[in-house]
Design a protein around this ligand. Structure first.
Ligand code: DGL
Length: 295
């Protein structure tokens, strides 16, 4: 299934890397927490480092070079913190830059992609909706995925403008957000869609609001559990899966490129943890150019 299986880099040797080293997880913002939650459930012995690039979210409104530049800078930063593997927990960053990042980083990568395959397998009406960012939907990777699985299933692809921004401000149920979601979902329902692909890691946080609109007329496809399983395979392949320690895995460490208030809030709600969030500066070629522009 959909954890972007070609993305594990099996050819990399990892001499001397301790299995106790952490796994890095990165997203443009808070969405990757839906992946972190699944990883913790699947691999409770792994230490985790999470970076939210909230200062530059949403990536779905950025150009391709900007997304690749940030993904690479954050991947390199996490590798320098000692990460033994990296999950690019962002469909948009995976779609745009996974090939480049894989070429440059010397740790195994797991990327994510919208669950087109499981949707094609399970839709009975043969009509499915896809909500994802504009950048993901127009990417060559996504187009190739559609071509592969959409032979006898119609996919209605809807850019989720405004949805990442809502989750970034911890809005998962306001009246405005519900109206926006309804404007995206009602045409899908009218076209007979019985399946909805959540093609952005921010969207699982909207599941209750989505459910209120679609009821039981649509099955929601969220790939976080498949991504966690893919990470497990990759760690095993490289012989770096953590073994159970008597003390247990340390709690995940959270970093944000903005002040981290919303990250902390969502971690509390979602993971029931009172986590400290460290603000980090992760410079990159494009952001250096931004900060040197006159105000
Ligand atoms: N969570 C990211 C994704 O899966 C959101 C991208 C964005 O920041 O627009 O695509």
């Amino acid at each position: 299934m959909p954890a972007e299986s070609p993305c594990s880099n099996a050819s990399i040797a990892l001499p001397g890397v301790a299995s106790r080293a952490p796994v890095g997880i990165f997203d443009s913002g808070l969405g990757g927490l839906s992946v972190l939650r699944a990883v913790r459930a699947q691999l409770p012995d792994e230490a985790l480092l999470y970076v939210a690039d909230s200062l530059y979210a949403p990536y779905g409104e950025r150009d391709d070079d900007f997304i690749a530049d940030r993904t690479l800078a954050i991947g390199e930063w996490l590798a320098r913190q000692g990460a033994k593997a990296l999950i690019v927990a962002c469909n948009t960053a995976t779609a745009q830059s996974i090939a480049l990042v894989r070429e440059k980083l010397s740790i195994p990568l797991v990327g994510v992609e919208p669950g087109i395959k499981p949707a094609a397998l399970q839709s009975k009406t043969r009509v499915a909706g896809v909500l994802a960012t504009q950048v993901t939907l127009r990417s060559a990777r996504f187009q190739a995925l559609l071509e592969r699985y959409a032979a006898d299933c119609r996919f209605i692809c809807q850019p989720g403008h405004g949805l990442v921004q809502a989750v970034e401000r911890c809005d998962v149920g306001s009246t405005e957000l519900r109206a926006l979601l309804a404007s995206y979902l009602e045409p899908m329902l009218a076209a007979g869609a019985d399946t909805l692909v959540l093609g952005c890691t921010h969207y699982p946080f909207l599941d209750a609001a989505i459910r209120d609109i679609v009821g039981d007329r649509m099955a929601l496809i969220d790939t976080s559990v498949a991504i966690a399983r893919q990470l497990e395979r990759v760690l095993e392949q490289h012989g770096v899966r953590a073994t159970p320690e008597t003390a247990g895995a340390p709690p995940p460490r959270f970093y944000s490129t903005d002040n981290g208030t919303h990250l902390r809030q969502l971690v509390a709600t979602l993971l029931n943890m009172d986590a400290q969030v460290e603000r980090v500066l992760i410079p990159s070629r494009r952001t250096a150019a931004l900060s040197s522009q006159p105000a």
